[in-house]
Structures are given as structure tokens and as C-alpha cells.
Write a protein that binds this ligand. Structure first.
Ligand code: IPE
Ligand code: IPE
Ligand code: MG
Length: 253
């Protein structure tokens, strides 16, 4: 890490060598609704505040050189069960976020990609998403994956289906289907697995997020709701990660 980056980090984190930092952080951004209700506000006020936190945390990850990938769970394939008004608000928020953040993402050299199924997402949102993805395609700083209408099981279904088509076309032999082949057919193709999975708002569950990719991720859960998450909380998670011993089934690191 550059001395400049290290200089404005809190003391224990500044001392963590780059190789003990997570390269890929994935976040289940939960608790917007509960946070808003605690403030006596409507649930959507929590989503609104959560959008600001997305900006702050993306900027911080872009600034911290050892972090190369950030994957944010924005909308699950199960979230369509929510009331129509809340979903409409979330779609508007997503559209506005994409429009407003583009210049900042360009300034921060962030490359944006989407993971999830496009079906069901309004065209207006998809248009802004596509614009953001193509505009930022040449950026080689932080890789930001936005999980929108994402479900881990659905992703595995899509991967199985796409492999089956290749088998039918004679492009691949079923005997050659291995973990790498499945990985290549996931939405996250070509990207490393998350090292650190953060969940806010205290729930000890995965909620269908990156089922394949998190097989050896280190999990860090905070009781803080997403609207209360900030740079200091991120630093706390990274510091905790840096002290973990990852064994990957073996006996040492
Ligand atoms: C996370 O906050 C945002 C989305 C799932 C879109 P929630 O809306 O799930 O907030 P809680 O969990 O109800 O507090
Ligand atoms: C997970 O949160 C999905 C996102 C953060 C986008 P949920 O609020 O949907 O998860 P559950 O329903 O509590 O498991
Ligand atoms: Mg929730």
C-alpha cells in the first residue's frame, strides 16, 4: 500500500501488510427498513440513506489500494415479494444513483458491472446500468459488482442451463465439467471469489447471496444497520479479517 494511503488510516489498520487485506469484499447491505422505523421514518427513508452509504463505502474501497473488488447486494430475486410502492422507490433510487454516481465513478476509476437477471428490472434502470457499465469499462481501479435481481440459486440454474446448451452443441464433453467450468458460466466469471463477506443489521444468514463464490469467504456480521455503516466500520471489518487464519481445509495458511 502507498505511504499516502496508509497515512490516513487508523493506527492498527495502517500497520496491516497489503497481503493480509481482503482483495474482494462482498456486502449484504441489510437493515435499511428497521433503521428508518427506529427513527420514526418510512422504510424508504432508510433506502435513501443507504444510497448515501453506498457512495461513501465505494469511494473508500476505491481509495484503499489493496481492495480490488467490491460486490454489493442491492436487490435479491426474492425482494420482489415486497410491496409495489417500496419496489418502485428502490427502482427510482437505483436509476438516480446510476445517473448521479457516473461522474464520481469515473473520477475514482471504478469499473461497474451488474450481476443478476435482467428480466423484471425496468428498462429505464437497465438503460442507466448499461450506460454506466460501458462508460466505466476501461477503468482499471476498483471493480464494483452491483447484484441486482440477484439470487445465488438462480445463478447456478443459469450456469447449469448454459453448460447444458454447450453440451448439446457438442462444444463441451460432460466429463469435462469441473469447478472451473461451472465458475466460467456464473455471472461473476473471471472475477475472484470474495475474501470477506460483511452483513449489516445482525442477521446470521446468507439470503441467497453468492452461494458458490463464498465457500471460503470470511464472514463478518455487525449489528449496525446499513444506513449506520461508515468508513470506520469498514476499517473494523478489514482489521478483523486481517487477524483471521484462513486454512482452506488444510492445516496452515
Ligand atoms: C436492505 O434493507 C435493502 C434491501 C433488501 C433492498 P431492508 O429493506 O431489508 O431492511 P430491513 O431488513 O427490513 O430492516
Ligand atoms: C438481503 O436482505 C438482500 C439484500 C440486502 C439486497 P433481505 O432483507 O432481503 O434478507 P432476509 O429476507 O432478511 O433474509
Ligand atoms: Mg432486510
Amino acid at each position: 500500500m502507498s505511504a499516502e494511503t496508509a497515512a490516513d488510516l487508523p493506527e492498527p489498520l495502517a500497520d496491516v501488510p497489503a497481503e493480509r487485506w481482503p482483495r474482494h469484499i462482498a456486502i449484504i447491505m441489510d437493515g435499511n427498513g428497521r433503521w428508518a422505523e427506529r427513527q420514526g421514518l418510512a422504510r424508504v427513508a432508510g433506502h435513501d440513506r443507504g444510497g448515501h452509504v453506498v457512495r461513501a463505502i465505494t469511494r473508500e474501497c476505491a481509495r484503499l489500494a489493496p481492495i480490488e473488488h467490491l460486490t454489493l447486494y442491492c436487490l435479491s430475486s426474492e425482494n420482489w415479494k415486497r410491496p409495489a410502492e417500496e419496489l418502485a422507490f428502490l427502482m427510482q433510487l437505483l436509476e438516480a444513483y446510476l445517473v448521479n454516481e457516473r461522474p464520481i465513478m469515473m473520477e475514482d476509476n471504478v469499473r461497474v458491472r451488474m450481476i443478476g437477471r435482467r428480466e423484471g428490472i425496468p428498462d429505464r434502470v437497465l438503460d442507466e446500468l448499461d450506460k454506466t457499465v460501458s462508460m466505466s469499462a476501461g477503468n482499471d481501479g476498483l471493480q464494483l459488482n452491483l447484484a441486482i435481481n440477484y439470487g445465488g440459486r438462480g445463478e447456478l440454474v443459469d450456469s447449469a442451463r448454459s453448460l447444458a446448451y454447450q453440451v448439446m452443441a457438442g462444444q463441451i464433453d460432460p466429463a469435462d465439467i469441473d469447478e472451473q467450468a461451472i465458475g466460467k458460466h456464473l455471472y461473476t466469471e473471471g472475477r475472484p471469489d470474495p475474501d470477506l463477506l460483511i452483513r449489516t443489521a445482525g442477521e446470521m444468514r446468507i439470503s441467497n447471496f453468492l452461494l458458490w463464490q463464498i465457500s471460503y469467504a470470511e464472514i463478518w456480521v455487525t449489528d449496525r444497520a446499513w444506513p449506520e455503516f461508515d468508513e470506520a466500520t469498514l476499517h473494523e471489518a478489514i482489521l478483523d479479517y486481517a487477524g483471521r487464519e484462513r486454512r482452506f481445509g488444510g492445516l496452515n495458511r
